[in-house]
Design a protein around this ligand. Structure first.
Ligand code: UD1
Length: 337
């Protein structure tokens, strides 16, 4: 079985990816600096799978530390998820975003090449499409509109250039749409530090009584009900997409992008209604002004991922909010419970 190194392994997406890899029989080397996540997530992953990932507390900025990890395992493939991801923070502190996201990727590629590891799956984002016209296809032009998004876009160029430098490279760029939900066990899930900016975590914390109400950021968009439309994808389907991409690297040489979304758009009001069904009671909300930087609609064209990765999402919006609520209810304070 292959040995797969995952950076950002203890995070929300990382923990679900590690679980999927362990379930598929991979040996997993998990790397994280724990700056925005807890090692408890991986303890729970081993309880759920009965298997253990080898964990190293190392930052992707620490080239010497990364080298030691590569020296102590026979790594076949890297899944690179480590990075900073808050849009607002990236506007306030762009340098940290460039330093961590670009610096981390550059270190990683250097060390991979040194150890003869040329297979990489990278966590990109639909944010690279910027203000383009939804639904977004991989052939659309890129144009991220904030520093966080630009670091993702630049990393895509970086990996494209690296792949073009030698035919041994095989790199998958996975453009995530809006990951939500949690593992069906309710044991692992998203554990945001501070007040969440993203819709579903905020809605669930409000349902749990941690916030007074949800503010819907604008209801005057040109969408079905005036509220913003997004392509929500269950995090377990997203993790399965990484396994599918790992498989595709057997046949795809060079660098290739795939959208990971459901292909279905849901409005904020539809998400609210689904969340209320899952919770079984009304969740207080009001309509406020638009949030600066938001687009009306961002939905994936998923035909390339469906065809080339033989992968489609299995879970509905109701599954996403039901699973997210189970996680929220059984871990009201996240991993500290
Ligand atoms: C946001 C980021 C995006 C990033 C993604 C990662 C912005 C502008 N975009 O995407 O770059 O890749 O998170 O998770 O920050 N909404 C409300 N009330 C809320 C929160 C959100 O109405 O309290 C609405 C938003 O206006 C939007 C939808 O819910 O229409 C989804 O918002 P969110 O979860 O923040 O995701 P994105 O904006 O799509």
């Amino acid at each position: 079985m292959p040995t797969t190194l995952v950076t950002g392994a203890t995070g929300y997406i990382g923990s679900h990816v590690v679980l999927a890899l362990l379930e598929a029989g991979h040996e997993v080397v998990a790397v994280d600096d724990l700056s925005n996540s807890s090692p408890e997530s991986l303890r729970r992953v081993s309880q759920l799978t009965g298997r253990e990932a080898a964990f190293h507390e190392v930052s992707v900025l620490d080239r010497v530390g990364l080298t030691k990890v590569f020296a102590s395992h026979e790594i076949d493939t890297v899944v690179h998820l480590a990075g900073l991801k808050a849009v607002g923070d990236s506007v306030a502190d762009p340098l940290s975003y460039y330093e961590v996201n670009l610096g981390g990727s550059m270190n990683l590629v250097r060390v991979m090449a040194e150890y003869g590891v040329f297979r990489l799956v990278f966590s990109s984002s639909a944010t690279v499409y910027g203000e383009g016209i939804s639904p977004f296809a991989e052939t659309d032009g890129l144009g991220a509109v904030n520093p966080y998004g630009r670091t993702k876009e630049i990393q895509e160029y970086l990996f494209g250039d690296v792949a073009a430098s030698g035919s041994q490279w095989r790199i998958a760029l996975l453009r995530y749409f809006n990951p939500v939900g949690a593992h069906v066990s309710g044991r692992i899930g998203e554990d945001p530090v501070g007040k969440p900016n993203n819709l579903v975590p905020f809605v669930m914390q409000t349902a749990a009584g941690r916030h007074e109400q949800v503010t819907i950021h604008g209801d005057d968009y040109a969408t079905i009900d005036g509220t913003g439309v997004r392509d929500y994808i269950h995090v377990v389907d997203l993790a399965a997409g990484h396994l599918a991409a790992l498989g595709a690297l057997d046949t795809h040489v060079g660098c290739r992008a795939w959208n990971l979304g459901s292909g279905v758009g849901s409005s904020v009001k539809e998400v609210m209604a689904a969340a209320e069904r899952a919770v079984g009671q009304p969740i207080p909300h009001q309509v406020g002004p638009r949030r600066p930087g938001d687009v009306a609609e961002a939905v994936a064209d998923v035909s390339r991922a469906n065809d080339e990765l033989a992968w489609t999402t299995q879970r509905t919006l109701d599954d996403m909010v039901t699973d997210h609520w189970r996680w929220q209810q059984s871990n009201p304070q996240g991993y500290t419970d």
